[in-house]
Design a protein around this ligand. Structure first.
Ligand code: CA
Length: 652
């Protein structure tokens, strides 16, 4: 399809297309029959071509679909078709499209080029019917760990056998070369509540037919409704990836850990030639006024989430992952490409199935969009999204410096005048009377209605790892000083209100050797080197203690915004450059501690910080955290070590 043809289609604006909303489109396979419903309103003929192999060989049958109402083409097949492959082609204006899977394909052959009839009853591991993710009473109880399937296990230091595969998550007792836990045992030991997986739907780039070490993050979706094949032990069989994906989910759930999927409905990996454009040319994408594809994703196209069949497609896809794969939450890549109404509809419909589903996204676009800014699900519209959170780039940049400039410093690396923005992160981007929003350089106003709408982080897969950025900003400092900053960053994230998010390996000073955009770099760059857990064991141990502190003390994870405003009091009167301090209480969020004081010192040198008069006990200092108390204080001045946090409590 060329640009001129798309331009003509654009002029039709699609409003006269019949929509089909009472039944789901798709190819549905059961033990003894198949139901087919394909939506292609401009087609004059639609065929399903049947193959015995997922990629090679000639077809052995061609099934003509029957036109039904509102653009739907149907067929009913008797018999057991499980494991047979197919493609679809449509005839528009006398021209047959190229063959492809239907856009809803629930199973595919190698490289996702043919669909597979799949009877899901035959894809379940043992005990699957009893599988259930952890209950999440409030989003602020979640502690998220962002992970790429391949990075997790590919290094020899992982001690895992199924390197780069879903099945690595099912190995329960793996160790690094020093005998310390790696893999899922490490996640349990650390104490995170949710793993957020980088794309695990079928993506385009990695050639699944060769296991030759090709790497990609996977932000180039091909088939949205089936797992990626390169993470399966046999990508040639469409059912294997489904079974092994479910085994991964089951193992994580058995460990008490929820599974969040990174979903990328904002664009497709193929640009003009996507399955969507082959079957319903133009409908699923936005266009500029000149008729060219608009590109708010920065990847060549953007999905028209506001069009009814596109919106329904996304919701049906999410429901499929939720119901068939027991997924516990979704992270929306470039959520700003979505319209607000679609995001709210997603929240509404998913919560009818599962009340405690966790939903959050990147509240920005990568480039301009024809969707008016007022309708975009961007960060400053978060307060209009119901039960959906946005990432706080405000907190990220306040802590470590601007993402795009490694020379830039932040609060943890000694930059002063970031304090108001750190405070803005501590209150989870809500409105709080003790913050001067004029000094919150990145936002100047609250954007979260309440703390459940803000994901606080300092690093993720994008840009430099935390360790690498700090190393570039402070090249003369050794690992001892950098470790203090990494520990302070974790301390701030895990004591702040909102939903904390950790980049995998942050807790062991993960490095990618200074590669800031490793989306297709080698394993050598991207792998988690599990021996760093030994080298920086005190950092790991501190993160583990911080997570336990957060779990033990609900004061750090308030969900009611009024309570947050009345029970979090910044000690502005004791301000010194490079420090932030505040008190929580009395009994914030029913905490057993009546009063909690949090003192943050981003300066390299020790600072004497002042506290309100009470009988304080130190619970956390720069090296250790003991919720029963490390030592009692008998004065209202306390020495806080350079680049560190102190937490104290008082019972009256
Ligand atoms: Ca793939």
């Amino acid at each position: 399809m060329d640009t001129i043809q798309l331009s003509d289609i654009y002029k039709s604006d699609f409003s006269d297309y019949p929509v089909f909303t009472d039944k789901l489109p798709g190819v549905f396979c059961y033990a003894d029959h198949v139901e087919i419903r394909i939506w292609s309103p401009t087609a004059s003929a639609v065929e399903l071509i049947v193959y015995s192999d997922g990629m090679k060989g000639k077809s052995f049958d061609c099934i003509h679909l029957i036109p039904s109402d509102r653009g739907i083409w149907t067929q009913h097949l008797e018999g057991d078709w499980h494991g047979t492959y197919y493609t679809v082609r449509v005839n528009i204006n006398g021209q047959w499209s190229d063959e492809c899977p239907n856009i809803e394909a629930y199973a595919v052959g190698v490289n996702g080029l043919r669909g597979m009839f799949v009877d899901f009853a035959r894809t379940n591991p043992k005990r699957w019917e009893h599988d259930k993710g952890p209950v999440l009473e409030h989003p602020t109880n979640a502690i998220i760990y962002e992970l790429h399937v391949r990075d997790f296990s590919i290094s020899p230091t992982s001690g895992l056998n199924h390197k780069g595969k879903y099945l690595a998550f099912t190995e329960l007792d793996s160790r690094n070369e020093h005998g310390q836990y790696t893999g899922i045992a490490h996640l349990k030991e650390l104490g995170v509540t949710h793993v957020h997986l980088l794309p695990v739907y079928d993506f385009l780039t990695v050639d699944e037919s060769k296991d030759d070490g090709e790497y990609n993050w996977g932000y180039d979706p091909l088939n949205f409704n089936t797992p990626e094949g390169s993470y399966a032990t046999n990508p040639n069989d469409g059912a294997t990836r489904i079974l092994e994906f479910k085994k991964m989910v089951l193992a994580l759930h058995d460990a008490g850990i929820g599974v969040i999927m990174d979903v990328v409905y904002n664009h497709t990996g193929k640009v003009f030639d996507s399955w969507f454009n082959r079957l319903v040319p133009g409908y699923f994408f936005r266009f500029r006024e000149d008729g060219t594809l608009s590109d708010a994703s920065g990847c060549g196209n953007e999905f028209a989430t506001e069009r009814l069949m596109a919106r329904n497609y996304i919701i049906a896809s999410l429901k499929h992952w939720l119901e068939e794969y027991h997924i516990d939450g979704f992270r929306f890549d470039l959520m700003g490409v979505y319209d607000v109404e679609t995001m709210n509809k997603i929240g509404e419909e998913l919560r009818e199935i599962r009340q405690d589903i966790l939903l959050y996204g990147e509240g920005w676009t990568a480039a301009e969009s024809p969707l008016h800014e007022i309708n975009r699900a961007v960060k400053h519209n978060t307060f209009r999204l119901k039960g959906i959170a946005s990432f706080s780039d405000d907190m990220r940049d306040a802590l470590k410096g601007h993402w795009n400039n490694p020379k830039n410093k932040g609060f943890i690396s000694g930059q002063t005048l970031n304090e108001e923005q750190v405070k803005f992160g501590i209150v989870a981007a809500t409105w709080h009377p003790h913050i001067n929003y004029g000094f919150v350089h990145s936002s100047h106003a609250a954007w979260a209605h309440d703390p459940t709408q803000c994901v606080n982080y300092v690093a993720c897969h994008d840009n430099y790892t935390l360790y690498d950025q700090l190393h570039l900003a402070k090249p003369k400092l050794g690992d001892d000083e950098l470790a203090k900053m990494v520990m302070l960053a974790g301390a701030i994230l895990l004591t702040s209100q909102g939903i904390p998010f950790i980049h995998a390996g942050q807790e062991m000073m993960r490095t990618k050797g200074g590669d800031h955009n490793s989306y297709r770099s080698s394993d050598k760059v991207n792998k988690i080197n599990w021996n760093r857990k030994h080298k920086h064991h005190h950092v790991f141990n501190y993160y583990k203690q911080l997570i336990q502190l957060r779990k033990d003390h609900p004061a750090f994870r308030m969900h009611d915004v009024e309570e947050l405003r009345s029970k979090l009091c910044f000690l502005n009167e004791f301000y010194q450059p490079g420090t932030v301090s505040y008190v929580l209480g009395p009994h914030a969020n029913n905490d057993s501690w009546k009063w909690v004081a949090v003192l943050l010192n981003g300066n390299s040198k020790e600072v004497k910080m002042k506290l309100p008069k009470k009988n304080w006990t130190i619970a956390a200092d720069s090296e250790d955290i003991q919720t029963l108390g490390i030592k009692e204080m008998h004065e209202d001045n306390v020495k806080v070590a350079g680049r560190s946090m102190m937490v104290l409590f008082a019972m009256e």
